[in-house]
Design a protein around this ligand. Structure first.
Ligand SMILES: C[S@@+](CC[C@H](N)C(=O)[O-])C[C@H]1O[C@@H](n2cnc3c(N)ncnc32)[C@H](O)[C@@H]1O
Length: 390
């Protein structure tokens, strides 16, 4: 948003890869939408609400840096440093490649990042060398990206030492808020507001608690994913201890919760006129799964703007003043691309399988029909694969 100055309410560590959560950002449960983010006290426009490092991230193989992106020329092919504690964009052909040449999409900034990432990358190295090309050729770029993101989720879990723990994620997770470490085992199933001191899950337990199950997708879709799991993600292909059913469940979570990464902001409301130059978010450069950002629901008149920073942390900023008790929502799509109510509805039901009942949809619906049709009910996920909020 032009003129929006980001306000950090406390010293936000820029060099840390721990999540930072605004003290007034809480989570609770909506009977129709599931978990949601909510303001426990007023939040001012421009305040940073969340800095959430990715749990797993992949580059878009064909990405070029957008003209407005920081740090590089336009149209330069880029990759991301594979160290998940770094994630900096690097021009293709620079940096340190894998000594095994497992994939041309894997590079690190330097030897330090390479060394730091060894336990995680060792998990994926043989898999990438064996399957990247056949997967891309036979199943296409989308399926390859989806499976690679799953492999990276499993690799991070492996590096966290979760393999020997309960695969359902019942082990402890921690989150850090304002520099304080808090345990995060409290259930979120109550309807009361859970403030930041009563925890957001972190690490693998946060990923385990993401929404999305096989039942919410079509049979055709889950059948295809089951084939992919058996062929490419089983225990004979990767050193993990999950059953094929658990891995299928992880795909369902990833498809319902991953973010597409774009160089410019998503969720500026009202959206700038379509004719303006540089409207839209630019070209997608990656996809990632975030432990806390995934709790945000969608609204067509969002009060949160989101954008990844240079290290791919997802940054949530208040797009307007938010009152105590208000839900904090992002937009799941580029609102300059889907403008009218019918375009937004078609897009949401096609890709996201729910009907938005936000105040904007309700008002526009009333204006069109003279009566209100927009409900608050979620429709669940029904069968479209989706790698990242569009
Ligand atoms: C990224 S998750 C958001 C957090 C989720 N509510 C949870 O319980 O973890 C996306 C899912 O939330 C639900 N959702 C998000 N926005 C919604 C909305 N405006 N109306 C109904 N359901 C919504 C849908 O089920 C969607 O699949």
């Amino acid at each position: 948003m032009p003129g929006l100055n980001y306000i950090y309410t406390t010293a936000v560590g820029s060099d840390t890869m721990l999540p930072w959560i605004h003290p007034h950002l809480a989570q609770s449960v909506d009977p129709n939408k599931g978990r949601k983010l909510q303001a426990s006290k007023p939040i001012q426009r421009g305040e940073v609400l969340l800095l959430d490092p990715p749990y797993a991230i992949i580059p878009t193989p064909t990405a070029t840096v957008d003209a407005d992106a920081e740090s590089a020329d336009s149209a330069t092919p880029v990759l991301l440093c594979s160290n998940p504690l770094c994630n900096l964009s690097l021009p293709r052909g620079t940096g340190t490649p894998c000594a095994n040449r497992c994939s041309t999409d894997v590079i690190w900034c330097n030897e330090t990042c390479h060394e730091a990432d060894k336990p995680r990358h060792d998990f994926e190295c043989t898999w990438l060398a064996k399957y990247s090309t056949p997967l891309r050729t036979k199943w296409g770029e989308y399926s390859f990206g989806m499976l690679w993101l799953i492999v990276r989720l499993l690799a991070r879990r492996h590096a966290e030492g979760q393999d020997s723990n309960d695969s359902n994620g019942s082990s402890n997770g921690t989150s850090h808020t304002n520099g304080t470490t808090t345990d995060s085992t409290t259930s979120t199933s109550s309807t009361s507001i859970q403030t930041h001191t009563s925890k957001f899950k972190a690490g693998w337990p946060a990923i385990s608690s993401l929404c999305g199950t096989p039942e919410t997708w079509s049979h055709a879709q889950t059948r295809e994913w089951t084939v992919l799991v058996k062929k490419y993600l089983g225990k004979t292909s990767l050193p993990h201890d999950l059953s094929n059913a658990d891995v299928l469940g992880l795909i369902c979570k990833e498809e319902a919760n991953s973010f597409g990464l774009y160089p410019r902001e998503t969720g500026v409301y009202p959206p700038p006129p379509v004719k303006e130059e540089h409207v839209g978010r630019g070209e997608q450069f990656g996809a990632a799964v975030y432990p806390c950002a995934s709790i945000a629901n969608h609204s067509c008149c969002p009060n949160i703007i989101h954008k990844p920073d240079k290290t791919a942390r997802m940054v949530f900023t208040a797009g307007r003043d938010i009152a105590a008790g208000e839900e904090c929502c992002i937009s799941y799509f580029d609102m300059t691309q889907y403008v009218s109510l019918s375009e937004r509805r078609a897009h949401l039901s096609g890709l996201f399988r729910f009907k938005c009942g936000c105040p904007r949809c309700t008002e526009e619906d009333t204006n069109v029909d003279g009566n209100v049709e927009g409900g608050e009910e979620g429709m669940g996920w029904g069968g479209e694969g989706f790698l990242g909020f569009e």
